[in-house]
Write a protein that binds this ligand. Sequence first.
Ligand code: AMP
Length: 284
Amino acid sequence: MKIIKTISELRTCIQQERSFSKSIGFVPTMGFLHEGHQSLLQHARENNDVVVLSIFVNPLQFGVNEDLDRYPRDFERDEQIATKNGVDILFYPAVAEMYPKEMPMTITVTKGVDVLCGQSRPGHFDGVATVVMKLFQLVQPTNAYFGQKDAQQLAIIMNMVESFNIPVTVIPCPTIREVDGLAKSSRNVYLTERERIEAPFLYKTLQEARALIQAGETNRTKVVDMMKRRLAQGLGQIDYVEVLSYPDLEIDDTLKGQIIIALAYRYEHARLIDNDIIHIKEEE
Ligand code: AMP
């Protein structure tokens, strides 16, 4: 595995691989790798000649009062995990390499950002889209792998690829969970013991909402209210609970078609997100 820290070295390496017409599978991450990231790497490994992993905690996607400085990092451990998962190129740039000066131009996301994390983290998805656009230009991947855990991010990246005709296939990968149902996340290390014991109730609440919808409930407000009542009993605070069309992320009071049930929940030192995407069968 090659560890590359500079853009010029990455460009040389990618040019070489492309000259042999090799397919490139790309997994962009912020590091502190867990089984969720590893499942993306495995999908990439199975379907491409070359696997590129990027590890970059992107300052552009963090708000002023968010956890940029506290975001967990452990490069040595990540390096071992990357090697174990068959990564060929690990791109690990410093902030000054990616942003040598203030960006004179950035992406503004105009659709699907007035809800969910877009609403509670203003500017977040502009930062995500900008860094992913940069990384796509550098890595020039054939396939790029994103987790459904971050379903709004996935929808926005797909819109970006379509909007700018980027020649990459975006592959969605399912959410990987702990045995008790808690979605794997780098931020789970910040849960207190009590919070960690309670946290699987986020997924259980999603499952209850799914069951309610599958039993025939199509009233969005009733589903949202049920979830809010359930989550209000926890140790943390609700950031949002929402049921929207997916991937359009639009509010419809009557649930139909493909929908996302999504939540964000604030514990003392960690804000967790989770979601479930379901397809409501049309009446015959
Ligand atoms: P992050 O390092 O949190 O920016 O995540 C990098 C990629 O891994 C994103 O595409 C995430 O959606 C994905 N990811 C994070 N957690 C999970 C998970 N539990 N299951 C599947 N994919 C995940």
